[in-house]
Design a protein around this ligand. Structure first.
Ligand code: C2E
Ligand code: CA
Ligand code: CA
Length: 244
């Protein structure tokens, strides 16, 4: 894996995020892929759990952050309108002492406004060491980053989390859009979550939008943004650049 990192086999893909009222691209999420020399693409679910166990995820994540910022700097130099890019923050970072120092160094180096660099934290991050993680989320905000809660609703602490944490965006878990027998209940939950977030002045994004019907529903209930195969799969950065 170290060899692969040096050889540039980890590639950053971007998946666009759409503002539902206008259909405009307002952001993107960075998702890593391992592209073997043969061209075979290994999806993150096949290596991230391992990298979280052996600690290598720290290097991969920072590699992703640097690639994203480098690209954002290029867009700025080309005079493009600024676009907010989110990155995934593994729970492993919570236990390290220099996460913000390293991140801030990159921000300095590439001169990226922090409010355009969004940190996606999953609810499961909240699992064991709750106190520390609340601190971690609070520190993200204090440092000036935009913060979103990833896979919102898939964990057990969702509401508790909202009670006292200053987050910017809820990324509603794609599980709520599954077309199953429970779909009516799911849509009620999504609708109420969106309404609740609005009252708290928190933005909402629904993940895994695959059908027009789902997009129409989300637009109808006032969900701000959507991300999913209906609009676009995660794509190489060069392709994303052409889209915007
Ligand atoms: P995630 O953060 O929840 O990312 C969303 C996942 O949903 C992505 O899978 C994306 O390709 C997929 N997706 C997007 N639209 C749709 C859709 O319409 N339908 C369906 N079924 N899926 C959709 P991906 O890229 O395979 O990533 C899987 C997970 O791996 C991510 O889940 C994230 O937890 C983790 N991950 C990916 N890149 C990174 C990274 O750079 N660092 C860290 N720490 N974790 C990462
Ligand atoms: Ca994510
Ligand atoms: Ca997610």
């Amino acid at each position: 894996m170290e060899d692969a990192l040096l050889k540039g086999e980890f590639q950053v893909y971007l998946q666009p995020k759409y503002y539902l009222p206008t259909g405009e691209i307002v952001g993107a999420e960075a998702l890593v892929r391992w592209v073997e020399p043969s061209g075979k693409i290994i999806p993150p679910d096949n290596f991230i759990p391992l990298f979280e166990r052996n600690g290598f995820i720290i290097q991969v994540d920072f590699y992703v952050y640097e690639q994203v910022m480098k690209r954002m700097q290029k867009w700025k130099q080309e005079g493009r309108r600024p676009i907010c890019v989110s990155v995934n923050v593994s729970r492993v970072h919570v236990r390290t002492y220099d996460f913000f120092q390293r991140l801030n160094e990159l921000i300095e180096k590439f001169q990226i406004p922090k409010e355009y660099f969004e940190l996606e934290l999953t609810e499961t991050i909240m699992g064991s060491a709750q106190g520390m993680t609340k601190d971690f989320i609070q520190e993200c905000k204090k440092q000036g980053y935009k913060v979103s809660i990833d896979d919102f609703g898939s964990g057990y602490s969702s509401l508790n989390l909202l009670k006292d944490l200053p987050v910017d965006i809820l990324k509603i878990d794609k599980g709520f859009l599954d077309e199953t027998a429970e779909s009516e209940r799911s849509s009620i939950i999504v609708e109420q979550v969106v309404e609740m977030a609005k009252k708290m002045k928190i933005g909402t994004l629904c993940e895994g939008v695959e059908t027009l019907k789902q997009a129409e529903f989300l637009k109808g209930i006032g969900c701000d943004m959507a991300q999913g195969y209906l609009f676009s799969k995660p794509i190489p950065m060069e392709e994303f650049e052409k889209m915007i």
